[in-house]
Design a protein around this ligand. Structure first.
Ligand code: FE2
Ligand code: FE2
Length: 134
């Protein structure tokens, strides 16, 4: 599985889906993942919190667009978001309390894998739907 920084390098070929807003947000998401992964000491918790805030807005934007376009798979897509936010919230709280090791491992090992699958399946299906809606 590629790291978030490798995913950013191959963004255009692998993750761009032709929706300017989704693509922009996804690039920012990966940039924030890289920034948190590279942070040392107390900066880690701050950057993890910034990633969490961005991810909440990222998912809320997609869900608003699903709602506005009567997207049939909204329930499944939203459940996938909620699941991730639950994990991210827990690790964010641990990191904020000075227990960063597990948050760091999750950020490096699980989150890139989650994004890779989610972007290439659910978000790309959403982008196709939005394009068809014109
Ligand atoms: Fe997304
Ligand atoms: Fe999504």
């Amino acid at each position: 599985m590629p790291t978030s920084s490798e995913m950013l390098e191959q963004f255009e070929a692998t993750y761009a889906m032709g929706d300017a807003s989704i693509d922009h947000t996804h690039r920012e998401f990966l940039e924030l993942c890289v920034a948190a992964a590279q942070a040392q000491g107390a900066a880690f918790a701050e950057r993890f919190a910034a990633l969490f805030a961005h991810t909440q807005a990222h998912f809320a934007d997609e869900e608003a667009r699903m709602q506005a376009s009567a997207y049939p798979a909204i329930g499944e897509h939203r459940a996938h978001h909620q699941n991730l936010l639950g994990d991210m919230d827990r690790f964010c709280q641990r990191a904020g309390a000075g227990r960063s090791a597990m948050a760091r491992a999750w950020l490096n090992d699980s989150l890139p894998q989650w994004f890779d699958l989610h972007a290439r399946t659910m978000d790309s299906a959403l982008a196709v739907h939005l394009r068809q809606q014109g």
